[in-house]
Ligand binder design. Sequence first.
Ligand code: SAM
Length: 245
Amino acid sequence: MRMRHKPWALPEMQQDNKFFETPRELKGKWQAEFGNDRPIDLEIGCGRGDFVTALAKRDPMRNVVAMDLKNEVLVYALRKVNEATLDNVRILSMKAEELDEVFAQGEISNIFINFANPWPKAGQNKRRLTHTRFLSLYRLIIGEGSTIQFKTDDEGLYEASLEYFPEAGYEIFYHTDDLPPEHPGNIQTEYETKFRDFGMPIYRIDAKAASITVERLKELLEFKEKSKQREGRPIWRNYSSDELL
Ligand SMILES: C[S@@+](CC[C@H](N)C(=O)[O-])C[C@H]1O[C@@H](n2cnc3c(N)ncnc32)[C@H](O)[C@@H]1O
């Protein structure tokens, strides 16, 4: 379904100091932004914010950054965060493709990806937020041992992601093709509620960042490297082997 453009969404969010647009200036400075040294978790493609609001309420001793590329949904996420008077959340309007420009390595503890677009056509698979090339990019902002929790309603995306995670240097420690709603700690998202109402199964993968060699990561991130080189900013400049092993 096509989303209606909401010209008021961006101006409304720009009034709020919890909201940022691709804030490259905060790279390496997120603890200062939150004013504490607590761990920072990240939700990618947060939509209307049910998940981030519940997560931040449940874990007040952690910080959460939630991002999406559509201001039309982010505006509702920001309203929910404010209604719940949460000061441990920041909302970002940006593309997942640019996450390494906004967060330094190890700055993010855990990542959540909920009901990402399945991009089923072969030519579009690379746009999946759990595609090997995205998982490799996330490796640049988390540390070894960080986790990614991924949920989907799409069997094809789930099956493919079971291969993408190990390919990108992650170890899967839990997966299911039928997540019960009462699974310990499960937080239901807007899309999850809709799919459960239709009686559809929910798939989930939990994976941990294992060690990966710089060479392998370079190989996986070739797509990003090429576009950065075109802009004159090679991304490997700042990474040593030790940091990524
Ligand atoms: C199907 S919705 C799911 C929303 C929410 N996570 C939920 O479970 O209810 C997928 C969301 O991912 C966002 N998205 C898709 N590709 C993205 C990208 N490359 N970067 C950031 N957000 C993206 C979309 O704008 C959309 O809001």
